[in-house]
Design a binder for this molecule. Structure first.
Ligand code: IMP
Length: 432
């Protein structure tokens, strides 16, 4: 069955956007199945830099259909902005090539306010959410009072539902969080005006994809965030509110369990994280500053969505192996290898000391609490000084780079098939 899944192996920001852009060359449909505009995917094409939060980056290719599945939560204001930004850049965004699931849920301005109010109420235990209203929208979905995209097709009932939502949100905001009340009528009308502009793009996405599969079309499913932010399998509670792993594709797009051709695990050659939560291999020294960059380049380690500096550290192979297993990854796409050029040695974590006892396999059912008890045990391999950015062939990679790749492969038990060595579309080396 022609399904390819591209999934992040870390805490998000692995470079999925550019990997998906590249993989999209040979597929017909590119589909997102989870999350919302908390995601940030950066793709560099020629002198253009696209920063996408919702629309799958594969839509930049003229031949693809871009899809937002039922597993997403959508803020119509940011979605419309993104559609316009792509149009301005010459990308065609029409109902023929951009579909939104009728069963996806909306994020409203009230969800954003609740997200921020809840974060400040958490005090020292903040999760460090993106403030985009993701959690509160999924809460409404699970509580079976969410506003679905398909509700737009019955305008009067939709208006009532939206007003009721804002009135309920007001109670929560004012009584529980002691925040100012929202002006229900004006906010509801503005929201309805924005959401209604999406009506032409509404589709029963699940059915369309099931049909496409019958005709052997190739579907590329793009996860948002990363495995370690998964609501169930990640470092709970420092996670997002959706299923970020490969498993999410079936319920998030509305298709049956199909044999999947490839599960491409995308990982940086080092480790990063935004927001709070345990990070065993985190660095705070001059190597951290080296890996993060100064922020003067769009590909430096600063959040695409929030602009926050990312926490950085050495590659954690214990976590990577866990992510490979959880997702059933068949291969790895290693990004940002060029960033490591100039280091004398490259460290990587192969086991932890948990309360002084060596562990090489993670039991994540303890969530963050378990990871917090782990001290990393490092091994190292020689670094390299060569600038990797001009290299385009595997055989031209310095031997120290191929040795590092072999270490990762041996530990994880799957091959590395692609390595990125710069931000441009062409700066990816595919293994011959
Ligand atoms: P939320 O998804 O905004 O609720 O945030 C929950 C956690 O997930 C926070 O630690 C965020 O920083 C993190 N997060 C959400 N989206 C992304 C992403 O696309 N990349 C990296 N971290 C993310």
């Amino acid at each position: 069955m022609p399904i390819i899944i591209a999934v992040g192996m870390q805490w998000g920001d692995e470079g999925k956007g550019r990997a998906v852009d590249l993989l999209s060359e040979d597929v017909e449909i590119v589909a997102r199945y989870n999350g919302g505009d908390n995601a940030g995917h950066t793709v560099t094409v020629g002198d253009k830099i696209f920063k996408l939060h919702l629309i799958p980056s594969g839509i930049i290719h003229g031949h693809t259909i871009g899809v937002l599945g039922n597993g997403l939560v959508l803020n119509p204001a940011t979605l419309l902005e993104e559609m316009e930004m792509l149009r301005q850049a010459g990308i065609i965004i029409t109902p023929e090539r951009f579909w939104i699931s009728d069963a996806a849920h909306f994020i409203t301005p009230a969800h954003r306010l609740i997200d921020r109010a809840q974060e400040s109420a958490r005090g020292k235990s903040q999760i460090g959410t993106t403030g985009r209203g993701i959690g509160p929208s999924y809460v409404d979905k699970c509580a079976r009072r969410g506003i679905r995209v398909g509700n737009l097709l019955q305008p009067e009932a939709f208006r009532e539902k939206v007003k009721q939502h804002f009135e309920d949100a007001n109670k929560l905001l004012t009584i529980l969080y002691r925040q100012p009340a929202i002006e229900v009528t004006s906010m509801a009308e503005e929201f309805i005006g924005q959401a209604s502009q999406l009506i032409p793009y509404i589709k029963c996405v699940g059915m369309q994809i099931r049909h496409a599969l019958k005709y052997h079309k190739i579907i590329l499913a793009e996860a948002a965030q990363g495995t370690l932010l998964d609501l169930d399998q990640g470092s709970y509670p420092f996670v997002t509110s959706s299923c970020t792993t490969a498993a999410g594709i079936f319920s998030g797009l509305g298709i049956g369990i199909q044999p999947v051709d490839r599960v491409i695990g995308i990982t940086k050659a080092f480790q990063t994280r935004v927001g709070a939560g345990p990070f065993p291999t985190e660095l705070f020294d001059k190597t951290a500053a080296f890996l993060r960059g100064t922020g003067s380049n769009p590909w430096d380690e600063y959040g695409t969505t929030t602009g926050r500096p990312r926490r950085v550290g050495w590659l954690d192979l214990v976590l990577l192996k866990y992510a490979v297993e959880i997702n059933g990854a068949t291969e790895l796409f290693l990004t940002k290898m060029d960033v490591l050029s100039g280091l004398d040695e490259i460290k990587f974590c192969t086991e932890y000391l948990m309360d002084g006892i060596p562990v090489s396999e993670l039991n994540f059912s303890g969530g963050a609490a378990e990871l917090e008890r782990c001290q990393p045990v490092y091994r190292s391999t020689p670094g390299w000084q060569a600038d990797l950015r001009p290299i385009r062939k595997w055989k031209d990679l310095p031997p120290q780079v191929t040795k590092y790749i072999q270490i990762i492969e041996a530990f994880c038990g799957i091959p590395v098939t692609q390595v990125s060595v710069g931000p441009e579309r062409s700066a990816v080396i595919t293994r011959e």
